[in-house]
Design a protein around this ligand. Structure first.
Ligand SMILES: C[C@@H](N)C(=O)N[C@H](C)C(=O)O
Length: 190
């Protein structure tokens, strides 16, 4: 097993062309509440590097990644679970799982200009239409395959019930850890 890089990294510090639009930092999410107080996407360093690799594979094809969610504190998971307590779509609060230890990202595909492409559902559509084995139009299938192949090549696997949820293939090797994403903001130099 390769050495894990278990610190946290701002994904845009590795690749500023990754688009970050953290929906739980706004009311534009399934809860209609602001769930957390940060707009910076962080992940465990090993996971963040894989994300940068996926974005570089996508950029070579004229696309970019958009991140809807990355590291998510357990308190935020609890708020999500309180609103929608269905573990097939919202995991139970657990500091040793997925977003809550910074090894999972919710992503979609954008064109080079940053416009989202057509995917099978909107973000957090908690229906069977979000399942990876659900029928897609030919265009949605093409877009899904472009995203999925890049994420898999970079070292992620997709969660079967949510087309947007990608987990580091080494997720179970990471111990729990917490961080404040506000400590990882990129500062502008004069
Ligand atoms: C809530 C949704 N975006 C999500 O992340 N679901 C998975 C199952 C999770 O809560 O980890």
């Amino acid at each position: 097993m390769s050495q894990l890089e278990t610190g946290f990294t701002n994904v845009q510090a590795l690749d500023p062309s990754i688009i970050v639009d953290l929906r739980y930092a706004t009311t534009d999410n399934f809860t209609h509440q602001v769930i957390y107080n940060f707009t910076t996407a962080i992940a465990r360093t090993g996971t963040a590097k894989k994300l940068a690799k996926a974005n570089s594979l996508l950029r070579a094809q004229g696309y970019r990644l958009k991140i809807w969610d990355a590291y998510r504190p357990v308190a935020a998971q609890s708020r999500l679970y309180d609103v929608y307590p269905d573990p097939s779509f919202v995991a139970k609060p657990n500091p040793n799982f997925s977003h809550q230890k910074g090894v999972t990202v919710d992503v979609t595909l954008c064109d080079a200009a940053g416009k989202e492409v057509d995917m099978q559902t909107e973000f957090d559509d908690f229906t069977v239409a979000a399942h990876r084995d659900f029928d897609r139009t030919p265009l949605q299938e093409k877009n899904y395959q472009i995203l999925n192949q890049a994420m898999q090549a970079a070292g992620f696997f997709g969660y079967e019930n949510e087309w947007w949820d990608y987990r580091d293939a080494q997720m179970d090797d990471y111990p729990p850890a917490t961080a404040d994403p506000n400590d990882y903001q990129i500062t502008e130099h004069a």
